[in-house]
Structures are given as structure tokens and as C-alpha cells.
Design a protein around this ligand. Sequence first.
Ligand code: 5AD
Ligand code: SF4
Length: 428
Amino acid sequence: MNAHDSEKVIGTLIQQGYAQVETPEEAHLVLYNTCSIRDKAEQKVFNRLQNFKRDAGRGKVFGVLGCVAQQEGEKIFARAPHVSMVCGSASYTRLPEMLVQLEAGNRRVTGLSLDTDETFDTPFTRRDNPHRAYITIIEGCDKSCAYCVVPFTRGPERSRTSESVIAEAGRLAGQGYTEIQLLGQNVNSYRDPSPAGWDFATLLARVAEVRGIRRVRYTTSHPRDFVRGIVDAMDANPVLCDHVHLPVQSGSSRVLAAMDRLYTRDEYMRRIEWLKTARRNYSLTTDIIVGFPGETEEDFERTLDLLDEVQYDSLFSFKYSPRPNTAAIAMADAVPEEEKKRRLAIVQEKQRLIQIRRNAERIGTIEEVLVEGRHAALGQWIGRTSDNHTLNFTHPETNGESLIGTYLPVRVTRSGPNSLVGESATVV
Ligand code: 5AD
Ligand code: SF4
């Protein structure tokens, strides 16, 4: 989501007559797009800002965008006085106007209002990848997970109209993009604001019907809003990729209640059952938080046995990080840092073994990949399967022609914990 915000901000700046340069050293205007989901991400931006402090005197202008900007607001000016602009993501539609103020020599420009019903829907996006394009369908979040800063930094949910989503998908297909990734903090609660009134499952089905689009992905889902109709839509059209990212956070219903996640372990597992008994095989991935306040050893073991039960193909795991403006910050029974570290290592090692075993089972199969790059040193092409596995492969002489952007069948010959290796199955 942040990466796509950057694409939109860059597009907007180019539209305003700015040109992008390769390094911060060459730039006159330096913008930091920041994340405050965990403390580590937040610390990063202040460290980077320090690195450039001395350049402010040489006429460089600095701005902080994104969630740290929204969260810290004008405090950023005090902490880093060389910063001239602080703008949260709900105010990006005001960027052109804010740039005018900066150019007029205004030293303190802010965009911090959350009370918007607009999304940052801009035709000027400068996309990084020539084959896969992101489309934001919903911004903000109306949930209130006790650990999460997002409802505070990104504001309430705003869905884009289905017409504008479909039109953008059509435009992208016309420009040669073949893969689309629909984005939102909680895509499942998408609700078309136009009279058509589509829900997420309908939008998904329609985007998959856009001519020229061969793959559609979406992220991220909230289990509570992940309804059966989404699985039915996916089953009905293989353009909808064989992958669902369904963040569980914890395997303990007690911790889930404390997190205010609005589902129990059993309710989560029901969604997993739908996917496991569906017409196609779906690859499942998740997010896990360890060391939420009050998480006992027994709760933690529930998370471990959930991993055994579900058999995810990969997961993102995090130590709980207390965030300002969240309910959990005031909760008692903090888990000590050392213990969080220990639990994180156990989760990651357990998952590594699961992935080694699951990936090994794929040796000998033939999978279609979208070729995304070239690993010259290894003599391999980098491919991605529909179910979101990296599958690097060798291909006989291509006469100097690039395979990037094409779809090819590849036979899996080797596997590791994080990727598969194979050889092109096009030529025998
Ligand atoms: N501490 C640790 N992890 C967090 N996440 C969100 N907030 C926190 C926090 N305060 C994780 C969740 C979420 C992912 C994007 O980041 O697992 O799904
Ligand atoms: Fe944060 Fe929960 Fe909203 Fe996800 S659903 S963005 S975890 S508050």
C-alpha cells in the first residue's frame, strides 16, 4: 500500500512539472513516505532525516509523508527542524496545492486532516512495474484492532466507485499490464459508493473479466469480512489467483478477543475450511503477532498448533510493538522483550520447516509463471506462480530476447524454504 502511495505521489509531482532523480543527493525536494505500523519502521525515518540534516542549509527542501506524518504531526518540525512539509495519506489530494505553498517559500506546510471522504485516486500514477499494477479500491479502516495504528493514521474507510476501478483496470490492460493487484487495508469491506452497490466479491469477479488481464490478486483481507461469496467468485474464474492472505494474528481465541479482532479461532478455521474444500487449491498465507499483552505460554502454543493445522505457504510474523493512540498501549501484562524474541524465533523456525516440506512436495509439477526478472549471475529467470511462489528457472538460449512479462510453463526441479527452482517446460 505504501509502495503504491509513492507511485501516486511521484505521478502527481511529475504532473506538476517535477522530475525524478536517481539519488537523494541530486534532489532539490526530498520526500519520505513513512510507515508507523511498528516502532522500528518509525525510527527509520528519523534516522534517515538526521543523515540529511546538514543539506537543508544548501537549499534542499524536506517533506515527511504517510503514517508517521499523520501520527506525529507538527511534532516532526520540532524533532527535525529542517522539515518543511508534513502530510498524512488522507491529504494527498492536496499535494499540488501544498507544493505551490512550498515553492512560494512557505517553511511550514501541513496536511493532517483525517476528515475526508475522498480517496487518493489519481490518473497520474507513475508505476514501477511494467506488468503488474496496483489499484487501490478502498482506503482507511473502520475496525479497531487493539494493537493497530492504521485507523488513526489512515482514517475511516472510503471505497472507490466500481466504475473508476473497472475503467482503470481497462486502461491498464490497454497499456499492456496483465496482472492487477487490488489494494486496501481491508478489501473485504469494499462497498461500491455508486448506485451499482457492488460488494467485494462482485468487484473481484468483474475485474477478472477485463480483457487482457490474466491475473488478479488482492490484499489484505480481514477474516470477519471474508465471506463465502469471495471463495465462490475465485472458484468461478482462474484469473483470480490461487492465493489468499488471511491474517490471523493469534491462534488463541482469548488473545483474539483481547485484540478485538471480532472472530474466534473456530470462526477463522471455518474460512480456512471453505478454502481447503474449494474447487481449486489455494495457497494460504497469514500475519502473526507474538507477545501481545497478556499472551501466556498456553496462548502462544495455540498459535503454534494453528500453524500445524492450517499449513500456510508463508507468513509474516512480528513482535507486538506498542503504538500510540491504540487501545493496547494501556493494557497490563506486557510480555518481556526477550520472551517476545524467543516466541518469534519459535514461530519462524516452525514455519520454515513447514515451508521446506510443502515446497518439496511440488518437485516434478509444472506451473505457469509470469516472468518478472532475470538473475544474470545465476543464469536464471525469476518467475512467479499464480499462488504467489517465486519459481526461478533456466531456459535454453532465447537468442538475446527477454522473457520478462511473458507467461510460461515451468517444471519444478528443486525447492528451498522460500522458493522453488525449475526449468522451462516450453521446449522439450
Ligand atoms: N505490533 C506488531 N505487529 C503489528 N501489526 C500491526 N500492528 C502491529 C503492532 N502494533 C502487524 C499485523 C498486521 C501487519 C500488517 O502488521 O500482523 O496484519
Ligand atoms: Fe489495523 Fe485491524 Fe484495520 Fe487491519 S483491520 S488495518 S489490523 S485495525
